[in-house]
Design a protein around this ligand. Sequence first.
Ligand SMILES: Cc1ncc(COP(=O)(O)O)c(C=O)c1O
Length: 341
Amino acid sequence: MISQNVQNLTAYTPGEQPRDPSVIKLNTNENPYPPSPKVKECLTGFDVTRLRLYPDPVFLKVRERIAAIHQCAVNQVFVGNGSDEILSLCTRAFVENDGSIGFFEPSYSLYPVLSDIRGVARRPVSLNSDFTWRMPPDFSADLFFMTNPNAPTSMLHSRGTVADFCAGFAGVVVVDEAYGDFADDNCMALATADDNSNTLVMRTLSKSFSLAGLRFGYVIGPAVLIEALYKIKDSYNMDMLALEIGLAALNDLDYMRSNVVKIKATRERLGASLRERGWSVCKSQTNFLFARPPDGDAARVFDGLKQQKIYTRYFPGTQTGEYLRITVGTDAQCDALLAAL
Ligand SMILES: Cc1ncc(COP(=O)(O)O)c(C=O)c1O
């Protein structure tokens, strides 16, 4: 009854969402600040009788706004129910049934699961031991998922390195910029050019826009690749409320940017405090830190913090097992973390 593929599948494990509101949640890279006041205005002013109707299946208004932000054509923009939905659609649009999907290790742990769901070969590429770029010269796959800045390492691969890789790669590259707003540089220019290239760049409202609960991601790239995603999407993959609220948030970039400034300041302060305590902290270009306690026993620190109701994220394994991923919260939350340590 259940396909062999699904029977064999190890599902993705999302970070824990505790019910206890007193928990300090530094485990899923959410934004500690509320979304733009424009989001609240939009929700309170929403005429519920409009919900009788289906939403615009091609979400033109939102695409126009995104195209204006990134200076590209409207037919270069696709919107998804969270960027996770877009990743899943890419595995269906750009990979042959006997094909393969590449990704770095360590990176976003959903990529291997999506490869397994699609039933195609995984082609992991191990980064160097310090998490810097490493790519075998003969590497090939139908599709490559590249988180940049990377998660959980928090580190940025340079635009030039990514551009060189994309130019020499025969398949489609999805540069997953979930954390791009927290970085000093990004690869969006590789996607907006619409020069028949193979590169898509993806963003989400879940992190910098404080809207993880909304489910809104988007991807930009050459119109031919974007068109393929429209061909296979569910008719109404974006609901009317998500489209309205997403648009309200995208119309208030200043608010998002002011929160990013605060988070980056807290990130630098927290990183410096951890280094003073002997931790090794990767150079973060995201809203989280990837850090190794002095004795490398990150599992013990993770458990100890959890007992004190401070949740962080721990990824066991040879490459990541000595590190803890810590979301940058408010200054007060980060002070509580330091006190607990
Ligand atoms: C690298 C990366 N890509 C995508 C996502 C998923 O984002 P969304 O909430 O838009 O589905 C995450 C969420 O943690 C992530 O870390």
